[in-house]
Design a protein. Structure first.
Length: 363
């Protein structure tokens, strides 16, 4: 029988050297062998997480991290490391929870503040990231000025940050239909279908239809009978999964809608955006991207929350509101004709109807 290879006296230092040489898989194998030989404490387990992350195995790193915090529940470095792994895997709410737990164990642990702020920024919550970093000193984190500038740039955008929208709807996806339809009396898809019927679109089809911000597929369901092709685009992969379960879409794309339109080489007769533009303030880029995508004589039907007067604004629920004057101006600039606009109640909030516009534009 061959003898098992001997293990180094200082496996942590040996593993760190391997990681520095981009040999993370060898480092992970070494450290796992040490654990198998009942060698290694907290530092070795933390280094193993680092090696597993470096070789791209987030789930394995997560399993080690959870075991480590079970073995050392009061060790702030173990909780911090678990937060880092969760953030690397985009498990953002859980990561933020672990960073908060690490700070309860050690309020001086600036690495937890840094990680928590990064997790908030990954979730598109730039304001919360800035609040978290207020106690971090630039001399303790060289990247702090750069990250503050990035967060401030997010806050200055005239749209909701795509990371925020994706995170929001990934969390919302499992209960979206029940909450929106049964609890909030959400009617945007039905309203747009009624608007399409009013314009006689049911008599000119079937149509190639694009559902922008398709979510779980409520608009796709409402448009059945109009389509000979139905495609959907949404930022949230979990919402896309729900839409796919309906079995009504020919193609589904996980993307930001403005980016997707800019790269689109297809033509559509009818484009819907039900409760989607509330996450965009400035609409010039979207409308400009729609013009080449719409077939001649094609229609774009969408809902927005209503604003009086001019322009657009961010409401208290972090949803954008648009005025009729602004919509007309942007449509004209994109070469789109106003075919119809109706006022409507899109849903309720605390039993109060949310007023909006349902709009039809024609190419």
């Amino acid at each position: 029988m061959e003898n098992a290879p001997s293990l180094p006296d200082d496996p942590v230092s040996a593993a760190e050297a391997l990681i520095a040489e981009n040999r993370a898989e060898e480092a992970a194998t070494l450290l796992q062998a040490c654990l198998g030989a009942n060698r290694g404490g907290l530092l070795l387990r933390l280094t193993l997480q680092k090696a597993l992350l470096a070789k791209g195995d987030v789930e394995a790193a997560l399993a080690v991290g959870r075991d480590t915090t079970l073995l050392s529940p009061d060790a702030a470095p173990a909780v911090l490391a678990l937060g880092d792994v969760l953030r690397a895997g985009s498990y953002l709410p859980a990561a933020i929870g672990e960073y908060q737990r690490a700070l309860r164990l050690d309020p001086r642990l600036d690495a937890a503040r840094i990680g928590m702020g990064l997790a908030w920024l990954d979730a598109g919550e730039a304001g919360k990231a800035l609040d978290t970093w207020r106690e971090v000193r630039p001399e303790d984190w060289a990247a702090l000025p750069q990250m503050i500038a990035e967060a401030e740039a997010v806050l200055a955008q005239s749209r909701s940050d795509p990371r925020y929208v994706r995170h929001l709807f990934d969390q919302f996806a499992p209960e979206y239909d029940t909450r929106m339809v049964e609890h909030l009396h959400y009617r945007a898809p039905a309203i747009l279908r009624e608007l399409g019927d009013m314009l006689g679109l049911g008599f000119t089809g079937p149509h190639a239809i694009l559902d922008l911000g398709c979510g779980t597929g409520l608009m796709g369901t409402a448009s059945q009978g109009l389509a000979d092709r139905l495609d959907g685009v949404d930022l949230s992969p979990l919402m896309i999964e729900k839409a796919r379960e309906r079995g009504i879409y020919d193609s589904l794309f996980q993307s930001d809608i403005v980016d997707w339109l800019a790269a689109c080489d297809r033509r559509y007769d009818l484009v819907f955006a039900a409760d989607t533009l509330v996450y965009l303030g400035e609409l010039t880029s979207l409308f400009a991207g729609l013009s080449p995508v719409l077939s001649p004589g094609g229609h774009f039907l969408f809902t927005v929350e209503a604003k009086d007067g001019e322009g657009f604004e961010l409401g208290p629920k972090r949803r954008w509101r648009h005025s009729e004057a602004y919509l007309r101006s942007v449509a004209e600039g994109a070469g789109l004709e106003f075919a119809a606009i109706v006022t409507c109640a899109l849903r309720t909030e605390a039993t109060v109807p949310v007023q909006g516009f349902a709009v039809a534009l024609r190419a």
